[in-house]
Design a protein around this ligand. Structure first.
Ligand SMILES: C[S@@+](CC[C@H](N)C(=O)[O-])C[C@H]1O[C@@H](n2cnc3c(N)ncnc32)[C@H](O)[C@@H]1O
Length: 191
C-alpha cells in the first residue's frame, strides 16, 4: 500500500470518526475503555464488494471485528442468509446495530456483542471482516493466526496486515479491499 493511501485512510478514520460517545450517556453506557479505532462506517458499495470478494455463502459464519452500526453483518444476513456476529467495544454502536438488524428483519441471524476484539472469541468464524487501523490489524495478527481455522477468509477495508501477502486486492469506490485465507501451515502466508 502506498504511504499516501495509508495516510489518507488513517486521516479519514481519525478525522471523521471522533465523538462516537455523546456526553449525555450514563457511565454504564460508556465503553469499558477507549476504542482503538473511531467509528467510521464502510460505504455500502464497499460492504457489498467485501462480501463478494470473500464469496460469502449460506453456511458461513461471519464475524465483523469492530462492527459499528452492524451494516456488514446485517447485509450478509440479508443477502446471503448467513449467521453473523458483530463485536464492538462501544455499547452505543451495539444498540444501533441491534436496532438495524431488527429493522432489516434479520435479528434471528445476527448477534451483536459488546466486547473488546482483543479478548473476544471469534474462532468459529468462517469469514472475518474488519475496518480498523494498520496498527490494530498488526496487533490482531497473532490472534487471527492462532484462533481462526485454516481456510477462514479475512477481508479488510483500507488496511493490510503487515507481512501477510493478500490473495486479492480490490479497488471499489475509491477504497482498497484486502483478502486473505488463513493458511493450513502457520507462516505460509508470510511475506
Ligand atoms: C472504523 S469503524 C468500522 C465499523 C464497521 N465495521 C464498518 O465497517 O462499517 C471501527 C469500529 O471498531 C470499534 N472498536 C474500536 N476498538 C475496538 C475494540 N478494541 N474492540 C471492539 N470494537 C472496537 C469502534 O467502536 C468502531 O465502531
Amino acid at each position: 500500500m502506498g504511504i499516501w493511501k495509508a495516510a489518507v485512510g488513517v486521516a479519514l478514520l481519525l478525522g471523521l470518526g471522533g465523538a462516537s460517545v455523546p456526553p449525555n450517556l450514563g457511565r454504564s453506557e460508556l465503553p469499558e475503555r477507549a476504542p482503538d479505532v473511531p467509528y467510521v462506517p464502510t460505504p455500502q458499495p464497499v460492504v457489498d464488494a467485501m462480501l463478494e470478494v470473500a464469496d460469502v455463502k449460506p453456511g458461513d459464519v461471519l464475524y465483523d471485528l469492530g462492527s459499528g452500526d452492524g451494516r456488514i453483518v446485517v447485509t450478509a444476513a440479508q443477502r446471503f442468509g448467513v449467521r453473523g456476529v458483530g463485536i464492538d467495544i462501544n455499547p452505543e454502536r451495539v444498540q444501533e446495530a441491534e436496532a438495524n438488524a431488527r429493522a432489516a428483519g434479520v435479528e434471528r441471524l445476527t448477534e451483536f456483542r459488546q466486547e473488546d476484539i482483543f479478548k473476544a472469541d471469534f474462532g468459529e468464524a468462517t469469514v472475518v471482516t474488519m475496518y480498523l487501523l494498520p496498527s490494530v490489524n498488526n496487533r490482531l495478527k497473532p490472534k487471527l493466526l492462532n484462533e481462526l481455522k485454516p481456510g477462514t477468509r479475512i477481508v479488510s477495508h483500507a488496511f493490510d496486515i503487515e507481512g501477510w501477502e493478500p490473495e486479492r486486492i480490490i479497488e471499489t469506490d475509491g477504497r482498497t479491499i484486502y483478502f486473505w485465507v488463513v493458511p493450513e501451515t502457520p507462516g505460509r502466508g508470510e511475506r
